[in-house]
Write a protein that binds this ligand. Structure first.
Ligand SMILES: Cc1cc2nc3c(=O)[nH]c(=O)nc-3n(C[C@H](O)[C@H](O)[C@H](O)COP(=O)(O)OP(=O)(O)OC[C@H]3O[C@@H](n4cnc5c(N)ncnc54)[C@H](O)[C@@H]3O)c2cc1C
Length: 391
């Protein structure tokens, strides 16, 4: 039997689960499985706020440790898909252009984190390096605060503003509040002196879920010393002052931007059709039109449920569910049998609220199910680990 080459581009959540699903579904066939990523590791992106809070946090997992056998890992940056010839071009670590012929190619190059505009001040939580800068900044401010005699300046140094109240902003604010309280006590200050503002453009937290979930989240944040300001947008931070869209200002030691995701800009030039949003256009079984053997999933693809017409969001849980289905799609296409179609993921959200606290919400049979406290945290941790194949 002729060996078939499957190339997965991107070792994020979508990519590693695509490799796993295809290995399972293609077992028994002669397959060369290649995983290509520009980095040597899988970044646990959903935990990006952890290194902003703690030095101990390690959120990069070496890709060759995730797949110690049966998968060839290549570190390189994909540049072009020559769809007629079924060739992927990439740049290797030395900057030389290389080519791989594929039979199946899965494009899973994900998203990039939106940054603040030049001149907006603050630090965007956009990479591990940025997270480390954030941690160093608030810790240095706290050390200065411990020596500061002027009460106003001291309070400014003990204040952090988190701009953007999506899940990432909420989790950042909660973990940071907990860590700042501990650090304040360690430096001989009152733990409640540490203050966090979370700026929310919406009128309540978590508008995707029921109002009572938003209230519970806000209560939990308030208990940690986080004040949520609704219906406002942070415009800029300059000289320790954050200006809000309503015209008011906040005196702050550090402004952290948590602004969401944008599709990978590489998609504009790689040679596949893209939507107005900049994502790869795929059919209901993740096939890229006009590119035989090419599929795309995860944050980089525009995936629509053919029944509801609903587009998937850029989330890790949606990416991993698409990857699991992709294995069956690829086998069906190879065998010429009907392939499964995409289906939206169930309504399910987990949010971490500092060490050992979390909230889980799901809706079943029209009922809202909310789990909180340690149980919520355990489920949150389980989903984080499952997504990075740590079970
Ligand atoms: C701070 C933060 C918190 C989040 N919290 C949650 C949450 O609580 N729940 C949730 O469901 N989602 C959350 N998300 C969203 C989630 O992280 C994404 O939906 C998820 O990462 C998508 O996975 P992916 O594999 O499609 O893309 P990515 O994780 O972006 O992975 C893409 C991979 O492609 C690689 N790559 C990129 N370009 C190239 C190239 N040219 N050549 C080779 N390789 C390339 C990258 O190195 C990376 O490994 C959060 C995101 C952030 C930033």
């Amino acid at each position: 039997m002729k060996e078939m080459t499957c190339v997965v581009v991107g070792g994020g959540y979508a990519g590693i689960h695509a490799v796993k699903a295809m290995r399972e579904k293609l077992a028994g066939r002669s397959v060369r499985m290649i995983l290509l990523d520009k980095e040597p590791h899988h970044l646990r992106k959903v935990l990006l706020f952890k290194p902003a809070v703690s030095k101990e946090a390690e959120i990069a997992l070496p890709l060759n440790r995730i797949f110690p056998k049966g998968v060839e890992f290549i570190q390189g940056t994909a540049t072009t898909i020559q769809k007629d010839e079924k060739i992927l071009l990439y740049q290797d670590q030395k900057g030389s252009s290389q080519a791989i012929h594929y039979d199946i190619l899965v494009l899973a190059v994900g998203s990039v984190i939106r940054r603040a505009e030049p001149g907006q001040g603050g630090i965007a939580l956009s990479s591990v390096e940025a997270a480390v800068s954030i941690r160093e900044a608030w810790q240095a401010n706290m050390r200065k605060a411990a020596q500061e005699q002027d009460p106003e300046e001291r309070q400014r140094l003990l204040t952090v503003t988190v701009a953007g109240a999506g899940i990432s902003g909420i989790e950042t604010a909660a973990d940071l509040a907990y860590a700042m309280r501990e650090e304040a006590a360690r430096l001989g200050m009152h733990p409640l002196a540490a203050k966090i503002y979370l700026i929310n453009t919406e009128n309540r937290l978590f508008p995707d879920g029921p109002a009572k979930l938003g209230r519970r989240l806000e209560q939990a944040l308030n208990d940690y010393g986080v004040s949520v300001l609704h219906g406002q947008k942070a415009l800029r931070e300059q000289g320790g002052i954050v200006t809000l869209s309503g015209g008011s200002t906040l005196s702050t030691g550090l402004c952290i931007w948590s602004l969401g995701l944008l599709p990978n800009p590489l998609l504009r030039t790689i040679g596949v059709p893209i939507s107005a949003q900049g994502q790869v256009i795929v059919d209901a079984s993740y096939r890229v039109s006009g590119a035989p053997g090419v599929y795309s999933i995860g944050d980089c693809a525009r995936i629509i449920d053919p029944t509801s017409g609903q587009a998937d969001r850029m989330t890790c849980k949606e990416a991993t569910a698409q990857a699991a289905r992709l294995g069956s799609v690829v086998v069906a296409d190879l065998d010429g049998t009907p392939s499964p179609a995409h289906k939206s993921f169930m309504e399910f959200f987990c949010i971490g609220l500092g060490p050992e606290q979390g909230i889980v919400w799901t809706r079943k049979w029209g009922l809202d199910i909310i789990l909180t406290g340690k149980l919520g945290w355990k489920i949150r941790q389980y989903t984080w680990n499952l997504a990075s194949m740590l079970h």
